[in-house]
Design a protein around this ligand. Structure first.
Ligand code: CO
Ligand code: CO
Ligand code: CO
Length: 345
């Protein structure tokens, strides 16, 4: 029996996140933590927490897990692991160890699906130099998988989502539109090439982009996942107390994502994300409706959004292109805080 994991889920991958506005409200109610060794906590909604161990070493700690984003169990495992490890790269860390987190309906699916998911995760972890040293499984349907990952970073070299400074330019390392392509796949409208390319990008570690960030001493970055390019850019603008302008005409898109959006393939998660950004964003009247929705399209295991001093951008882009991130592009800039933390044009 060939199992298609996509038949088991409504919202797969990072599009299954809880709406960001609701999450903000809950996180606000948590007690404040006063431990001075917490270098990055919950306040700035960063990709991972960072805890100082000593003057030369801090621990970066994150977890992500979600329901299937593709049909094949092995590929799902690869994507989920790539996505989980990405938050360590986004903070400038080196991922070191991880635990598997698995929810699996053992009465509904053959255990070979379980082992294929875990095998995909293990292979990606191995590629990233991460040791999986344990895990935990509960019986639950549909299946969900991901990792809790620990990485190392020097306390003075942490890259945060609050590090964007006026005068910086914004570089995006992977094209977007993956959520739209997967929605189109479910409707039988996406081409095989587009689906393959979207899945290839989801399985691509953000490691080489992280290496480039470290070489150029970057201070601000985040990875683009369930809240979409616009949602994560808004979080970055708020955390850094700046305004971010995104030029949607310069944003690289996967295959025919724009044409698919034009034909109506816009997943629900994009509307949820639009809801979240709308009151904080100045959206240009000239901006095409479908490009606006693509800005809000939930990505799974997306690329990094890097805030780089404008003078370094060409060099960084050349480096990213050289390491295979050929569609990396300059897509916007950072300025002093204005009325709106986010501008889309
Ligand atoms: Co993240
Ligand atoms: Co995350
Ligand atoms: Co346990």
């Amino acid at each position: 029996m060939k199992i298609d994991l996509l038949e088991l889920v409504e919202n797969g991958g990072c599009s299954s996140k809880i709406p960001p506005g609701q999450l903000d409200e809950i996180v606000k109610l948590l007690p404040r933590q006063a431990d001075p060794d917490i270098l990055v906590g919950t306040e700035t909604h960063d990709d991972a927490g960072v805890y100082r161990i000593n003057d030369d070493l801090a621990m970066v700690f994150t977890t992500d897990f979600f329901p299937p984003v593709c049909s094949d169990p092995y590929e799902f495992g690869q994507i989920a692991a790539t996505n989980s490890i990405s938050d360590i790269y986004a903070m400038g860390g080196d991922p070191v160890v991880a635990l598997n987190i698995m929810m699996f309906p053992s009465a509904k699916l053959p255990m070979e699906v379980y082992s294929e998911i875990i095998r995909g995760g293990a292979e990606k972890a191995y590629e990233a130099g991460v040791n999986i040293i344990g895990g935990h499984t509960i019986d639950d349907s549909p299946p969900k998988y991901g990792l809790a990952v620990v990485g190392y970073v020097h306390p003075g070299k942490i890259i945060t989502n609050s590090g964007a400074r006026p005068g910086d330019a914004l570089i995006l390392t992977k094209p977007i539109g993956g959520g739209i392509i997967l929605a189109a796949k479910k409707l039988g409208l996406a081409s095989g090439n587009d689906v393959d390319e979207a899945l290839r990008l989801m399985k691509l570690l953000n490691r080489s982009a992280a290496t480039a960030m470290k070489r150029f001493d970057i201070k601000g970055a985040t990875d683009i996942t369930g809240f979409g390019l616009a949602g994560h850019a808004l979080k970055m603008a708020r955390a850094g107390n700046v305004t971010i302008t995104l030029d949607m005409k310069k944003v690289p898109l996967i295959g025919s994502a724009l044409q698919l959006a034009e034909s109506g393939c816009i997943p629900g998660a994009a509307f949820r994300n639009l809801d979240y950004i709308e009151s904080s964003a100045a959206i240009s009247e000239e901006l095409d409706y479908n490009l606006k929705m693509i800005a809000c399209d939930a990505q799974t295991s997306g690329g990094l959004l890097i805030s780089a001093p404008a003078g370094k951008c060409n060099e960084i882009l050349a480096e990213l292109h050289k390491t295979g991130l050929t569609e990396s592009a300059l897509i916007g800039y950072v300025s002093e805080k204005e009325d709106h933390p986010l501008k889309l044009k």
